[in-house]
Design a protein around this ligand. Structure first.
Ligand code: HEC
Length: 371
């Protein structure tokens, strides 16, 4: 049952890719678009979206997202510049092509506006996750009417708000050893569960592992359920990433991941420029940027300090002089969280947020109001 499900999906996606290349190389006489569209295989939407009930699963190139090549992508080869060559003159130019900033053969999944993520089938790990959008496939699939697929830049554009990025070597540890030490992971395939969420299967050394990726309990959190065929001890360790263990048994591990990044990426949707900071905007940002995942507003302790009554309160730090919380300190905390670490909390947990000026100011207005 499950297997055939995944096969179907895979072939749908494959059909899509085959279609797009056939369409652009051969000027088909009979419009294949109508044939495929009638059969319901095709979407012309270059910004496709799935939903929680109907996840969209695409096998595709994706941007590297700035993750570390050395630690996160060690099994991908790294390109180097190559000379430009003109077929007309037969000459090489002094200009060079830079390698494409893309990761091939990933699986990009969208569950609607609230969650998208990329799982890499070479490294067999999650690369990054984001909200507020998915991928703009124009570069890859081409334009609607006349193609215009980009020849060398065929990496879809990621748009939305990235809240998680893979850090360090492969985070899964079996009996205290990282997959990075056990042996290059080998992707086996994915299957869809009853809830239609994908689980990915891979091998490393003698271990067969499966991981299911689902939305976490609040926005901008993720849940990962690992299973391995033998009863090994599983752990998940990643630098600068806050992990909450939900369940652990021999051969099983369930965790939740908190945000460790905060970056709104290129989007060709009109950028909303905020002219005047307001408390209301701050309140909205507080939820949409995921601050709430770590900072309660009611005094409850969480991964970060509660922000109730923080304005004007005294703070002590790991290695900085104590101070009374003012606007400058709140701004620094959001813009450069590494500058000071509140005593009793972990350094490097709080993501760095790249925002518009008025967004910082709106957040400050809101945080000041939480008494
Ligand atoms: C992954 C968890 C996490 C997220 C998400 C997060 N923070 Fe933090 N934040 C922390 C931690 C941990 C600290 C304390 C350690 C430190 O100072 O770096 C902190 C510290 C702070 C402080 C200083 C608080 C104090 O009591 O001195 C402020 C202000 C703050 N964060 C605001 C924000 C805002 C605004 C957002 C959303 C835009 C946000 N944080 C998102 C984890 C998080």
């Amino acid at each position: 049952m499950i297997k055939s499900h995944s096969k179907k999906l895979f072939f749908t996606v494959l059909a899509l890719h085959m279609y797009s290349s056939a369409f652009h190389s051969v000027h088909a006489q009979e419009k294949p678009s109508t044939v495929y569209a009638e059969k319901g295989y095709l979407t012309f939407d270059q910004k496709p979206l799935g939903s929680l009930e109907k996840p969209l699963v695409l096998r595709t190139y994706v941007p590297s997202g700035g993750v570390s090549h050395k630690y996160v992508l060690p099994n991908h080869s790294q390109g180097s510049n190559s000379p430009r060559y003109s077929a007309g003159s037969g000459k090489e130019s002094t200009k060079e092509y830079e390698p494409i900033d893309g990761v091939p053969a990933t699986i990009a999944v969208n569950l609607g506006k609230t969650l998208s993520y990329v799982w890499d089938t070479t490294e067999c790990r999650l690369l990054y996750a984001w909200t507020d959008g998915f991928l703009d496939m124009q570069n890859y699939w081409g334009g609607r009417a006349s193609g215009q697929r980009k020849r060398f830049g065929y990496v879809p554009k990621l748009y939305g708000f990235v809240f998680y990025k893979a850090q360090g070597v492969h985070p899964l540890r079996i009996n205290e050893k990282s997959i990075a030490e056990i042996g290059s992971p080998k992707y086996v395939g994915y299957s869809l569960g009853k809830d239609r969420l994908p689980s990915y299967e891979f091998k490393s050394g003698k271990h067969s592992i499966s991981v299911k990726v689902s939305p976490g309990p609040s926005t901008q959190t993720l849940r990962l359920d690992f299973t391995s065929t033998s009863n090994e001890n599983l752990d998940f360790k990643s630098p600068n990433t806050q992990i909450k263990q939900i369940q652990k048994k021999p051969g099983r591990l369930s965790i939740e991941i908190r945000p460790n990044a905060g970056e709104r990426l290129s989007s060709d949707e009109p950028k909303v420029v905020i002219k005047k900071p307001t408390l209301e905007i701050g309140k909205k940002l507080y939820t949409s940027l995921g601050c709430i995942a770590c900072h309660s507003l009611d005094g409850g302790k969480n991964h970060g300090p509660t922000l109730k009554g923080v304005y004007g309160a005294k703070r002590e730090f790991l290695s900085a002089q104590p101070l009374t919380v003012d606007e400058a300190y709140i701004r620094e905390s959001i813009q450069k969280p590494m500058a000071k670490t509140v005593k009793g909390y972990l350094a490097g947990m709080m993501p760095l947020y790249k925002l518009q000026e008025a967004e910082y100011e709106s957040l400050i207005l809101f945080i000041k109001s939480v008494r």
